[in-house]
Write a protein that binds this ligand. Sequence first.
Ligand code: SF4
Ligand code: SF4
Length: 124
Amino acid sequence: MIHPGKALKQVLYSFFRKTATVRYPAVKIDMPEGFRGKLKFYPEKCIGCKMCMRDCPSGAITITKDEQNKFVAEVNLGRCIYCGQCVDSCLKKALELTREFELAQLDSAKLKVVFRALPEQNTK
Ligand code: SF4
Ligand code: SF4
């Protein structure tokens, strides 16, 4: 049996120390470095090699071209398993995993995210 004095010490220690839990979602939290969240695509860096598409284990990413001949990435966030393989496969660093994690949607169509070049990049 634990000695009452020892137990009291433990209770007081737990009472005054900083809590381990966070008040999410009331308080926003930053995910740690290296967290694998929503993908980001940099069209200006992409060369269209499609290595990301070839290596994606879930077929979640598609690279195409728009009418201005700029590369477009379509990512199905519902299929993506956030493994980071496409990022590793991209030699041009055109893909990046961000720390964004609040991706839930009621409408599954909204899980399809299309990354395009910005209008100013399209006018070059
Ligand atoms: S691997 Fe990189 S450069 Fe190649 S198509 Fe994918 S995003 Fe573009
Ligand atoms: S993170 Fe993994 S599952 Fe998601 S698009 Fe990239 S390779 Fe595919």
